[in-house]
Design a protein around this ligand. Structure first.
Ligand SMILES: C[S@@+](CC[C@H](N)C(=O)[O-])C[C@H]1O[C@@H](n2cnc3c(N)ncnc32)[C@H](O)[C@@H]1O
Length: 274
């Protein structure tokens, strides 16, 4: 593993108790969990299942379309995409996340079409040229120090006419007030945010045509406020982000809400084609 992978693994794997998570799921959902039951654990982004649905609605619904989810995490988006008939590949640099993603997928019924899990780095995608119809980023580019390289790699593996769809955190007008920890970073070391203008420019310079740009920040704040109330009301939920982040998540979740409310961050959906 390279040093970026090691440092990110420290952030994402430090409190992760894979066997206990699986035992909890097996105890509560002996017939296999539904996508909604897994959502508090495997949708590690603002907006949950609904945000993933909106992202997937942007994809051209070709039969057997091959879709790469870059920074797939625990795979909530992948399993939703598979349920719609997309052939989903999930790539993640954090190996324990890829392993847990696979274990979760094997518990969800039905499990077709088949999913593929790869541990790897978005800066050097282990795939041949022109091998995907679409590439997705959902709260993952925010961890990546070299966006230009990552987008060039995405372009390389996309077939001509392919799409990138992103649901990402970007920096807001008050980014200097950004409070850590947040779910993707304990400090500024792993937070690599661009403004919307910078990100769209990077995409255009990288050879993509902008199809759609939408600021989801208001919706994102309302969603996070609702989640926060739920987290405070019920500490006995079957699954929650605390199974991944431990008690740190209480501060992360609050900071996320405050950062949105104060304009330190924004949430955006961007759709481009090549
Ligand atoms: C905040 S999580 C989001 C996970 C998932 N996309 C979701 O929305 O539930 C960010 C993910 O990006 C992954 N990641 C960060 N840098 C990466 C890189 N250079 N290559 C591949 N994956 C990366 C992390 O390991 C982590 O799983």
């Amino acid at each position: 593993m390279n040093s970026l992978a090691n440092r990110l693994a420290d952030h994402y794997q430090r409190a992760l108790r894979t066997n206990e998570v699986l035992a909890q799921i097996d105890a509560h959902y002996p017939n296999g969990p539904t996508l909604h039951q897994l959502a508090p654990l495997d949708q590690l982004h603002i907006g949950g299942v609904a945000a993933s649905s909106r992202l997937l609605e942007r994809l051209d619904a070709k039969p057997h379309a091959k879709v790469l989810d870059v920074g797939a995490g625990l795979g909530g988006l992948m399993r939703q995409g598979a349920a719609l008939g997309f052939q989903m590949t999930g790539l993640d640099i954090t190996h324990e996340f890829s392993a847990l993603n696979k274990a979760l997928s094997l518990r969800v019924q039905p499990e077709s079409p088949p999913l593929t899990w790869v541990t790897g780095d978005a800066r050097a995608l282990p795939f041949t040229d022109n091998s995907f119809d679409a590439v997705l980023f959902q709260h993952s580019l925010l961890n990546m120090p070299d966006a230009t390289k990552v987008l060039a790699e995405s372009r390389r593996v996309l077939r001509p006419g392919g799409q990138i769809v992103m649901h990402e955190v970007v920096s807001g007008p008050n980014v200097l007030t950004l409070r850590y920890p947040v779910p993707w970073a304990a400090s500024s070391e792993h937070s690599h945010l661009h403004t919307i203008a910078e990100l769209t420019r990077l995409l255009e310079v990288g050879g993509f045509t902008l199809e759609h740009v939408e600021d989801w920040s208001e919706m994102a704040l309302e969603w996070r406020q609702r989640q926060r109330k739920k987290e405070q009301a019920s500490r006995q939920a079957v699954l929650s982000p605390q199974w991944i982040f431990g008690e740190r998540f209480l501060t992360m979740g609050k900071n996320l809400m405050d950062n949105l409310a104060q304009g330190a961050i924004k949430v955006v959906e961007i759709h481009v084609s090549c």
